[in-house]
Design a protein around this ligand. Sequence first.
Ligand code: G3P
Ligand code: MG
Length: 250
Amino acid sequence: MSTFQQHLRRHPFVIAGHRGAAGLAPENTLASYSLALELGVTMLELDVHRAHYADGRADLVVIHDNKVNRTTNAKGTLEEFSIEALRQLDAGDGQSLPLLSEVLDLLTLHTQTTGRITALNIELKGEETADLAAQMLSQTFAFPIVISSFEHFKLTRFRTLMPQAPIAPLYHRYRSDWATTADDLNACAINISAKMATQTRIKKFKAAGYAVFVYTVNSLQEGQQLRDWGASGLFTDRPDILMPLSLTNP
Ligand code: G3P
Ligand code: MG
């Protein structure tokens, strides 16, 4: 078992594969996560929505949008498909839309076979994802898992179900009430858009005791600046470019 805090101590600058390695492989597919892991990322990021099997059971599928139009060969909202039907779609290069459980299995296997611990950031996107995520994460994993969302009420719900789990509110723009939100959630990190990432803000979040992760950074120069400013890590579509910035403590 490894906690997220231990992971951050071991990796003072985390390189997180955004939707896997979305700039190199079809986003949010097992191929994309496998490639990101091969490139050595120290965290993986993915987005989850709730969907249903034909018999009515709910599960978490890994996809960014609530429609399949942009990332698959079909059209429609997720609600129009059963999980069985979603799994038939081509999410790029013949890949199917993964279930969250498959990515958890992939990371478990990765930990067992390489001995390397890679954290997982699960971003709650769709309705009622908090309950399903809490159910799934009630087991123990060999790698740390942090839950994030732009919709902070989902994190509030998740926190009531999992009092100890690492949580990171996401921000696409600065909000002056961030400290109250992060404190109420007992967050461990604040995940922010590169558009709102300034040195002053990063220092303020860090001084308040939070790790700070910035999305989405695909240039080495921008990543270097964020690292110099004290960010704890970044999300990138291009781990091949950003991995040189990764720091690991012996
Ligand atoms: O979690 C960081 C990033 O993934 C948030 O934005 O839209 O890519 O999910 P988005
Ligand atoms: Mg995301």
